[in-house]
Design a protein around this ligand. Sequence first.
Ligand code: AHR
Length: 316
Amino acid sequence: MKSPLFLKVILLGAALFAPFAVAADKKPLKVGFAQTGAESAWRTANSESMKGEAAKRGIDLKFSDGQGKQENQIRAIRSFVTQRVDAIVLAPIVETGWDPVLREAKRAGIPVIITDRTIQTADESLFACFIGSDFYEEGRMTADWLAKATGGKGNIVELQGTPGSAPANERRRSFGDAIAKYPGLKIIDSQSGDFRRAGGKEVMEALLKKHGRAINIVYAHNDDMALGAIQAIEEAGLKPGRDLTIVSIDAIKEAIQAVIDGKISCTVECNPLFGPKVYGTIERVLAGEKVERKSYNQDELFDATNAAAAIGARQY
Ligand code: AHR
């Protein structure tokens, strides 16, 4: 007969290792992520956050780069449905045209989390929730800062993001709404640089040719386009920050450095590091918990007063 001490050791061992036995049995969560592409430094940081957090949590992530095309993202979602993933994450390139494919995911019983950019749909049941930044608020913050810094005067050229995308639509709308209060601030031209650095440079070159020194202010919908515009401005023999005021959105590390260098006057943050929040939400959705319908990141504004103090801790 076994001694009581022997039995205690066996029981203790079973208790200690039971959770691992369950974990070993449990299949890793399978998540499909339809990313827009790799158009900006912001996007790279966002993809890294999603991939890094998946690896940390042992999630089997199926990552698809949409290469800037909605049809690629639609194809990716269909393939995630065929692969029977547990959840789908979509960062939609444009706002419209998602209903049919989201209906397919819904019919398959796969929850869809919309991240980063919102969609327009009459059927809110097609997605579980939205996680991202408030683009309208970002445009408003930029415009208010600008109005204060310029005394409400100046000719603005706007470098828009991808046509039809939520950030381009919202940042344009809110900036326009806010500067309407200042009759001395006028948008004299507005063109798309597609959220890309090369796009920002190309558009700025054309705008400088067209308007020359009549341009006082550049409002870029993201930092990559602002940094591209800076190249064009410098190549035209002008000094960014002195000859033109540049304001933009994202607050990537390189733009914060440009604020310190006096080339960009202000950049409003759009935090891309939401991998942990997305997977945490997926786990709750799959556990049948009620989650917030729309959850927004808290974003800050950086200018000459706080950029130097912030750059050291900047992760992207
Ligand atoms: O949707 C977020 C926007 O998309 C970021 O501002 C931009 O940099 C990115 O490409």
